[in-house]
Design a protein around this ligand. Sequence first.
Ligand code: NVA
Length: 310
Amino acid sequence: MTRHFLRDDDLSPSEQRDVLELALAFRSDRYIRTPLSGPHAVAVIFDKPTLRTQVSFSTGIAELGGFPLVVDGKLAQIGTRESIPDTAHVLGRQVAAIVWRTHAQERLQQMAQHAGVPVVNALTDDFHPCQVLADLATVALHRGGTGRLAGQVLAYVGDGANNMAHSYLLGGATAGMHVRIGTPDGYLPDAGILADAARIAAETGGSVSVLHDRDAAVAGGDVVATDTWISMGQEDQADARETPFVPFRLDGAALALAKPDAIVLHCLPAYRGKEITADVIDGPQSVVWDEAEFRLHAQKALLTWLLERA
Ligand code: NVA
């Protein structure tokens, strides 16, 4: 059966661990596995802006021996000029896998339903699961291995309703972490996703909680994370989306409440002075450049796992 990675819990806890182990191995030796050898293309489609994702998937697919076929969503007009099922059939006859950054999760689900090849979520409105794989690999690197993820307190402060919050909930719960979301009223995670994360956490020994107090969320945290207050597609709400989040800014005072050896994550792009202060993101506890590098290794590991497993 063709496997896809549309949301973080598409990998079971043991599958997630296998992918993270492979990501760490790719970090040590970039050419240990080349499953795309023999010229296989992977379509990488963008309906939203990108830098890290385009570069890391393109570099990674090339390092796996394949050809990254980057498709501009504005030209392709998927779902407008041609239906998603028709596009999926056409692509699935030619490429080894489809990586897609798009808006509604439903679009990705339709692609997966009809493509016949693995489909990977490169960010939707609801999830950013490749980023959270990279984040978990980064935490594993700094904590002494994937075996150390379970039990870590992962505190995320900021927009609790966005793709990163949702992916931390599902991906963190899968890893057995204690995921705390610190967010203002009115920016709660999706109730269904929160319930799914709670169910997974009950199986892995982790936990999930949503708090309306930044300091309570980060207190004693092992990993502290945040994300932009204005996600792609929300630019027209920029003014309204600033004030409610100011009390949830990740600044030095907040970081001082976390464990002394806590590490700081940010998926980038970062807006210094908004969701995170410069002293924190550029400070000694920040591991954001490792995190950005792990996009490459984690996505190579994921593609390898999806292609070799089939
Ligand atoms: N929440 C952000 C993540 C950027 C990588 C967005 O969707 O724009």
